[in-house]
Design a protein around this ligand. Structure first.
Ligand code: 13P
Length: 335
């Protein structure tokens, strides 16, 4: 394992004022999102939308890395340059989603296990040779009656650690993503407790499997009440509970935490991160973003209406707002 390379890449991904763009929607998810804004989905429209984003001037000041899907890492920019090379020539690290999706967990109705470990080492080698320097694996944890089960926590933690170990052996920084979903009527304390459980299990599995934490990143949810919970908490409470949960349950030798947005509004995702970074405490890790929808939802709608330059401006503006949130320097009036 090249620990120096991994540590350097991980630190680069959470460099001051920067975060990650998650543009790794699977073909199915990206197609649904395109169809939802009236665009007929194909490899070509998925490529056209994404290459327009990657051609945005100046986004590299706020975006350190872009997570790609397998189809995209093999596609080219309009000038014929392979997408991963176009990203790295701007100083943006290409990343790759390497899981093959969350599938039904046997004998646990309504729960999921993320698959993709078989053949992962060989796939990582190929992605590295194509320019990828980091990877993502997303586990999905659902809150509900008697959920998550111990089985769901245990198998997903194990898979996350196995994935992380395989990636590191092949030179890719693993982003470890145990996502506790926002769907449900649970309150924020339940989200806190479940998040603590999956984090403890994941880092224990990482310890057993020898994952080198200074060369890895964590991509967690924030602590938020379920979408249909009547008792929503304030932005300040989200920030405080999230920092509290992470400080207690995430090892401090990890270089960075890059949040997912998970369906939060653009502004909530930015405001929450800003509040965490504005606290009067020095956090043990960088607190940054690896947002998909919170960076791209409006850029996609704008692109679909045919305004391609404007779509780039919308993406750039959201990236800059989140870049400011890295230091607590975001303000509503800058929106
Ligand atoms: P969202 O920010 O839209 O949740 O996407 C981030 C991501 O990569 C989920 O796996």
């Amino acid at each position: 394992m090249d620990t120096k390379l991994l540590e350097m890449t991980a630190r680069d991904l959470v460099a001051a004022g920067k975060g990650i763009l998650a543009a790794d929607e699977s073909n199915g998810t990206m197609s649904n999102r395109l169809e939802a804004v009236g665009v007929s989905a194909s490899a070509d429209t998925r490529r056209a939308y994404r290459t327009n984003l990657f051609a945005t001037k100046g986004y590299e000041d706020a975006i350190s890395g872009v997570i790609l899907f397998d189809e995209t890492i093999r596609q080219k920019m309009p000038d014929g340059q392979p997408i991963p090379l176009a990203l790295s020539s701007k100083g943006v690290h290409p990343g790759i989603k390497v899981d093959t999706g969350a599938k039904e967990l046997a004998n646990h109705s309504g729960e999921k296990i993320t698959e993709g470990l078989d053949g992962l080492s060989v796939r990582c080698q190929e992605y590295f040779s194509m320019g990828a320097r980091f990877a993502k694996w997303r586990a999905v944890i659902t809150i509900g009656d008697n959920k998550p089960s111990d089985a769901c926590i245990s198998v997903n933690a194990h898979a996350l650690a196995r994935y992380a170990s395989i990636c590191q052996e092949q030179g890719l920084v693993p982003i470890i993503e145990p996502e506790v979903l926002m769907a449900g009527a649970h309150n924020a304390q339940t989200c806190y407790d479940v998040t603590a459980r999956i984090l403890e299990a994941t880092f224990e599995a990482c310890r057993i499997q020898g994952v080198h934490l200074p060369g890895a990143l964590l991509k967690p949810n924030m602590i938020i009440a379920g979408l249909s919970c009547p008792n929503q908490i304030t932005r300040e409470e989200v920030a405080k509970l999230t920092v509290d949960c992470l400080t207690k349950h995430v090892p401090h030798d990890l270089p960075g935490i890059v949040f997912l947005s998970g369906g939060q509004s653009d502004e909530d995702a930015t405001a929450h991160l800003n509040l965490m970074n504005a606290m009067d405490i020095v956090h043990p890790w960088e607190l940054s973003y690896s947002y998909g929808r919170a960076l791209l939802a409006n850029a996609l709608k704008t692109w679909a209406s045919g305004e391609h330059d404007e779509s780039q401006s919308v993406f750039l503006q959201r990236s800059r707002m989140n870049s400011l949130a890295r230091t607590g320097g975001w303000r509503l009036d800058l929106e």
